[in-house]
Design a protein around this ligand. Structure first.
Ligand SMILES: [Fe+2]
Length: 385
């Protein structure tokens, strides 16, 4: 086991999870809160009723900022920051999936530091500013997948190039994370599978990361076991709050693992495919996973780790385990269902270059060459044939 070279930070000040956890909103001290929502779905499914009830009981004044697209753009971030500069909250609360939480975290930065006008400055580690001069930040995830509520990362899309920029800094770790499975109850089958695969890929990539350590291993192992067991059950029982709770906790635990040790090339390629061809994150991850696991298995240490997981899951090997899960979930096995071959081929070089430059590539067990990236992308498009 390698020595732990950097300190672990598992979450912010307050981490609350389980059924009824939304009641913790009453304990948050705030003179003015801005709640950031993606769209009005939390009004339709009753989640906002619960949130408002608790905030009213606590006497916390709040304003709602709504309107964040999937794969949020930098211009959206600036719009939200402008709203905050007018409202002057001392607490920002994001309620939603990964896109909403990421965009709200980014809005927080530009609210605290309106002198920063571009994305490049915060992408530069040495220039990342201090936060919390004006507000603290809380997150309530409504999907079991991204774990942005306990991560130091955001993914923001450049309006001009369309590229997705993954930016990580511990300053962005939310101070408060509230995970209540009631928020995920209305999520449809397809989204439940996609986000579940995202959580699984977080844990699997953290487990073979070159920065993996004993603590991230414990977390990743548990999340992987739980997702393999629960995901096939929950998609046939979407209103089962116990199963939803287990998935939300598994996503959280996968997040606690990866935010400290980073990810691998499933995410590098997935970010690049998403940025250039606008393919959904969880879908790309699900399809890429078995190909990347096979590729990474050339590394003796990684292969040993995958074999340990396969044994835990009662499977011959991890590629089989993943293919079996995809089959049980009746999830597509190739990207050919989502993008035309000519569109992929027209951008193949660009996607391979972006994947190589992605921050997640650094911690993959093997660093693929450009040709190997292209091969992995084509395998995900065509399948093994
Ligand atoms: Fe992810």
């Amino acid at each position: 086991m390698r020595p732990l070279m950097r300190p672990m930070k598992l979450a912010g000040d307050e981490l609350i999870f389980g059924q009824g956890a939304l009641a913790h909103l009453e304990a948050i001290k705030s003179k003015k809160m801005v709640i950031v929502l993606g769209d009005d779905i939390v009004y339709k499914n009753g989640v906002m009723d619960i949130v408002e009830k608790h905030l009213k009981k606590a006497g916390t004044p709040f304003k709602v900022y709504m309107g964040i697209e999937p794969d949020p753009k930098f211009s959206t971030v600036l719009k939200g920051a402008k709203f905050m500069l007018e409202e002057k909250p001392d607490f920002i609360l994001a309620i939603g999936g990964g896109s909403t939480m990421d965009a709200a975290k980014a809005m927080w930065i530009y609210y605290e530091h309106p002198e920063i006008k571009d994305l490049e400055t915060i992408a530069d580690k040495s220039k990342f500013p201090k936060l919390r001069g004006k507000a603290r930040f809380g997150a309530i995830p409504t999907t079991a997948g991204t774990a942005s509520e306990v991560s130091r990362s955001i993914v923001i899309t450049d309006d001009v190039t369309g590229y997705k920029h993954g930016i990580g800094n511990m300053e962005m770790m939310p101070d408060v994370a509230i995970l209540d499975p009631v928020t995920t109850l209305s999520k449809p089958r397809r989204l439940t599978i996609e986000t579940g695969f995202d959580a699984l890929s977080h844990a699997l990539e953290a487990f073979v990361s070159s920065r993996a350590n004993v603590l991230s291993d414990v977390l990743a192992r548990f999340a992987i076991k739980e997702i393999f067991e629960v995901l096939p059950q929950v998609i046939n029982d979407l209103k089962n709050i116990e199963l939803r709770e287990r998935m939300l906790n598994a996503s959280l635990i996968a997040g606690l693992s990866f935010t400290n040790v980073s990810l691998g090339v499933v995410h590098s390629i997935s970010h690049s495919l998403g940025g250039v061809l606008h393919l959904p994150h969880g879908t790309c991850n699900a399809i890429l996973l078995p190909h990347v696991v096979k590729y990474n298995s050339q590394d003796v240490e990684a292969k040993k780790r995958y074999d340990e997981l396969a044994k835990m899951l009662g499977k011959k090997d991890m590629v089989t385990a993943l293919n079996d899960l995809t089959k049980v979930l009746e999830f597509p096995k190739t990207l050919s269902e989502f993008v035309k071959e000519e569109d992929l081929m027209a951008h193949l070089d660009e996607i391979a270059d972006l994947s190589a430059a992605d921050g997640c590539t650094k911690t993959n067990p093997i660093c693929p060459t450009k040709e190997q990236f292209k091969k992995l992308i084509l395998l995900a498009f065509h399948g093994e044939k």
